[in-house]
Design a protein around this ligand. Structure first.
Ligand code: E4P
Length: 219
């Protein structure tokens, strides 16, 4: 399973990269705004700065919502760095833009997926990734894991190469359940990735090992 970090915070991206398990970064306009990144050129510079930190791919989202502007924006983003994957929302013009950009060899991540039908049409259009938003489905008491399972079944039935990128991941159990269901990728906050490392029995076991070692050495 690939691990992406869902943030535009350079410090957190660096920390995840240093951990050695990072396969990519996803951003969205809200995450960019959270970091105070505004203005076209600043946004492009920030994507470039992210690409310079990581060895892997970086999803950069278009702001436009009509076909012509989306492909223009998408092509400009893709030109920034070979690591860029253009993130396109699941709307009618978005489907057309995914089809166009993928025919030009530009990788796309279809975002804001909340149903299996949306994932199916994005895969047919040639999306590299589809991003079902688990946490936001949880927020409205809807089973996001069932959605991942349904998309997995559909993609496997027809051997779609589109990867399932479980998004809006909020914690370690989301990651584990997505891994069990065969999601190709998950994207979540650094805290969710770091939480996978922790176990109280590991901490107490290590403390005991070190205490026994010190005692035997007469320290
Ligand atoms: C996906 O790529 C989105 O950036 C993201 O995962 C949204 O997550 P949220 O629901 O926590 O905002």
């Amino acid at each position: 399973m690939k691990f992406f970090i869902d943030t535009a915070n350079l410090e957190q991206i660096r920390e995840a990269q240093d951990l050695g398990v990072l396969d990519g970064v996803t951003t969205n306009p809200s995450l960019m705004a959270k970091e105070g990144i505004t203005g076209d050129q600043n946004v492009l510079n920030h994507y470039k700065a992210i690409c310079d930190i990581v060895d892997a791919n970086v999803s950069a989202e278009v702001i436009s919502t009509d076909f012509e502007s989306m492909i223009k924006e998408g092509e400009a983003l893709a030109k920034l760095d070979p690591k860029i994957v253009v993130k396109i929302p699941m709307i009618k013009d978005g489907v057309k833009a995914i089809k166009y950009l993928s025919s030009k060899g530009i990788r796309t991540n279809c975002t804001l997926i909340f149903s299996a039908g949306q994932a199916l049409i994005a895969a047919k259009a040639g999306a590299t990734y589809v991003s079902p938003f688990l946490g936001r489905l949880d927020d409205i008491s809807t089973d996001g894991f069932q959605l991942i399972e349904d998309i997995r079944l559909i993609f496997d039935n027809y051997q779609y190469e589109t990867q399932i990128l479980a998004a809006s991941v909020r914690g370690p159990m989301h990651i584990i359940n997505c891994a069990k269901l065969g999601a190709d990728v998950m994207t979540g906050p650094l805290s969710a990735i770091l939480a996978l490392i922790k176990h109280p029995l590991t901490d107490s076991g290590l403390a005991q090992f070190l205490a026994d070692h010190a005692k035997a050495a007469g320290k």
